[in-house]
Design a protein around this ligand. Structure first.
Ligand code: PGA
Length: 261
């Protein structure tokens, strides 16, 4: 059975007591459930608390939301992949649309961050997805192709095999807090089109056995009520969850439903 990933992205929410509480809730909920892996992407200052709370769980892991691409340097306010790894993170998000938009992260830098994650022994979750205007113009596959080509530039089969890279498609227009929302969620046929494309892209780049096993996640307003449908789409093997990960009751229901999907 393919492991289903449920990656929470807490963004810039919570304080120490919330991070602990959310992490303890996730551990309690995931205990005894099979076929899932839960990742809690905490703010950098919350990583240690999460690492402590998930210690001993074989289902729930800590992740970073962002890393700098350099090993060290004069970059005030930034954290390296190595710092995340030392703090106990296992995963890191890379290239989230809010990083691309608010911090002007572009393809080459995002690609360097993926490589920095690998350098430090973190598992990168490369996020990508078109904006509402690109979807409306019918350019979504072009955007996805560009973001994947740039983001995966120079990566070898060895770099990404065995779960060492996860991809998360998040159409910006479907993210719950997006200013460019199209006011609707993707239809199943739209998701099928995109995931067929992504799967073919990675099979073409990394070969059949590695490409067909690469985890492909969906993100964009996933809730406990929609997670089963999202995971029923061919080639979607996980979800990246923002808003719904900030409420214990809702996130527990989402985890439980995902484990049944
Ligand atoms: P959302 O956020 O679930 O609140 O839409 C997803 C994300 O931005 O990763």
């Amino acid at each position: 059975m393919t492991t289903k990933f449920i990656i929470a992205n807490w963004k810039m929410h919570g304080v120490q007591s919330d991070w602990l509480n959310w992490a303890e809730n996730a551990v309690k909920t995931a205990k005894g459930l099979s076929g899932i892996q839960v990742v809690l992407s905490a703010p950098a200052l919350g990583l240690s608390a999460v690492v402590d709370a998930v210690a001993g769980s074989d289902t729930v892991f800590a992740g970073a939301q962002n890393i700098h691409e350099d090993f060290e340097g004069a970059h005030t306010g930034c954290t390296t992949a190595e710092m995340g790894k030392e703090a106990g993170a296992v995963y890191t998000l890379v290239g989230h649309s809010e990083r691309r938009d608010e911090f002007s992260e572009k393809g080459a830098q995002i690609n360097a961050k993926v490589k920095a994650a690998h350098r430090a022994g973190l598992l990168p979750v490369l996020c990508f997805g078109e904006m509402g205007t690109e979807r409306a113009a019918g350019d979504h596959l072009k955007t996805i192709e560009r973001q994947l080509t740039n983001g995966l530039n120079g990566l070898t089969e060895m770099d990404v095999s065995g779960g060492k890279l996860l991809l998360a498609y998040e159409p910006v227009w479907a993210i719950s807090t997006s200013a460019g929302s199209l006011g609707r969620q993707p239809e199943l046929a739209e998701l099928e089109e995109v995931y067929t494309y992504i799967r073919a892209f990675v099979v073409n780049k990394f070969g059949e056995s590695i490409g067909s096993a690469m985890p492909l996640l969906y993100g964009g307003s996933v809730k406990s009520t929609s997670v089963i449908e999202a995971l029923s789409v061919k080639n979607i093997t996980g979800v990246l969850v923002g808003g719904a990960s900030l409420d214990n009751t809702e996130f527990s229901a989402l985890i439980t439903n995902a484990s049944k999907a």
